[in-house]
Design a protein around this ligand. Structure first.
Ligand code: NAD
Ligand code: DAU
Length: 356
């Protein structure tokens, strides 16, 4: 038996592939375009492991996907591949439309053709699992109830709009063609291999380098945080037992304002790697111009996944964030290796425009 994973060299995809190999004997074909966010070093632990087959390619390349499906006959396709950074989608939405919408469409077309050609037992057992985000639901006011699976779609950034479009395509391929799909909408992940342009790894890396810790706006935007390995276990569970055509929200029950997250990271660094001058890392915090259209609050109601499939996160925020800070302290070479010229150019551009 084999599964095909797309985007498996990125943050969540790589954690998923590593976990998959640790939990199962099933082979995993890993298709990834290796954009700036894809990094084969994330998968270095699988070097020489025949259970993992890496293929560099685009989910929009129908001929490649058709060849991979015909050759490996996977029983499931899990779609992690995406452009995933909201700030990048504001500076340049085109890649988001291309990968998240057109790419998902082309992938669905190839998978549909493959699935139609399977025998009836294999057709019934087949799954297309689409990995999506809570951002498709839009922004909540302070006292609004958390997002359930029935919440209306109100995406506010080019990123979330492109993910919303991909979710709708996945839904339509089930309703129109009967493709056995599953969709997960998850909150903010954090943990090992998180690309250091997202909030938590950026704060750790900048703090250690003695740089500013840039807080957008007032820092009171609220996100729900989930340790990435818990997201991986949720996806495995949905793949195993989810009802075809259903959507499952995944979250950590950890709603926190950004400023509190940054204070927690600073406190852990004060404890684990104190500054040479004895000062607190919090002194590096600076306030910068807000993200345009910044969503104020996300909160996930993950009760359906718990009730129907018995899934709960294993980590609390306190245990997960400590593991994460420790991982970055122990893997500083991983960070330096991805700080390429292209990455530095992006950092320059994003923050130059935020000078207040
Ligand atoms: P990431 O940006 O770290 O990784 C994305 C991966 O997809 C990279 O390896 C990249 O090379 C690959 N990729 C990009 N375009 C591709 C294409 N056209 N064809 C093949 N591969 C391509 O993203 P992530 O944070 O790991 O997110 C993975 C998925 O989970 C995304 O679909 C994202 O929307 C979703 N998600 C992310 C979070 C989060 O907090 N990071 C939360 C919920 C959902
Ligand atoms: O909610 C799930 C989403 O979480 C995923 O779908 C996205 O792929 C993922 O990138 C993440 O989106 P966010 O925009 O919430 O993550 P980010 O790390 O970019 O920002 C988290 C919060 O921190 C957000 O409110 C913006 C703020 N922020 C971010 C950066 C990079 C800052 O205040 N300063 C910063 O320098």
């Amino acid at each position: 038996m084999t599964i095909l994973v797309t985007g498996g060299a990125g943050f969540i995809g790589a954690n998923f592939v590593l976990d998959w190999v640790a939990h199962s004997d099933e082979a995993v074909i890993n298709l990834d375009k290796l954009t700036y966010a894809g990094n084969l070093e994330n998968l270095a632990g699988l070097d020489g492991n025949a259970q993992h087959i890496f293929v560099r390619g685009d989910i929009a390349d129908g001929a490649l996907i058709e060849r991979l499906l015909a050759e490996h006959q996977p029983r499931a396709v899990l779609n992690f591949a995406a452009e995933s950074h909201v700030d990048r989608s504001i500076h340049g939405p085109e890649d988001f439309i291309q990968t998240n919408i057109v790419g998902t469409f082309r992938l669905l077309e190839s998978v549909r053709a493959y699935w139609k050609g399977l025998g009836s037992a294999a057709q019934q057992a087949f799954r297309f699992l689409h990995v999506s985000t809570d951002e498709v639901y839009g922004s909540l006011a302070k006292d609004d109830p958390a997002f359930t699976e029935e919440h209306q779609y109100e995406p506010n950034s080019p990123y979330s709009a492109s993910k919303a479009a991909s979710d709708h395509l996945v839904r339509a391929y089930h309703h129109t063609y009967g493709l056995p799909v599953l969709t997960t909408n998850c909150s903010n992940n954090y943990g090992p291999y998180h690309f250091p342009e997202k909030l938590i790894p950026l704060m750790i890396v900048n703090a250690l380098a003695g740089k500013a810790l840039p807080i957008y706006g007032d820092g009171q935007q609220v996100r729900d945080w989930l340790y990435v390995k818990d997201h991986c276990s949720a996806i495995r569970r949905v793949l195993e037992a989810g009802t075809v055509g259903e959507v499952y929200n995944v979250g950590g029950w950890n709603e926190k304002p950004n400023l509190e997250i940054v204070h927690t990271v600073c406190a852990l660094l004060d404890e684990l790697r104190p500054r040479a001058d004895g000062k607190a890392y919090q002194e590096q915090i600076t306030y910068v111009a807000d993200r345009p259209g910044h969503d104020r609050r996300y909160a996930i109601d993950a009760r359906k996944l718990e009730r129907d499939l018995g899934w709960k996160p294993a980590q609390t925020f306190e245990t997960g964030i400590r593991k994460t800070v420790q991982w970055y302290l122990e893997n500083q070479a991983w960070v330096s290796n991805i700080q390429s010229g292209a990455y530095l150019e992006w950092v320059e551009k994003n923050y130059a425009e935020r000078v207040q």
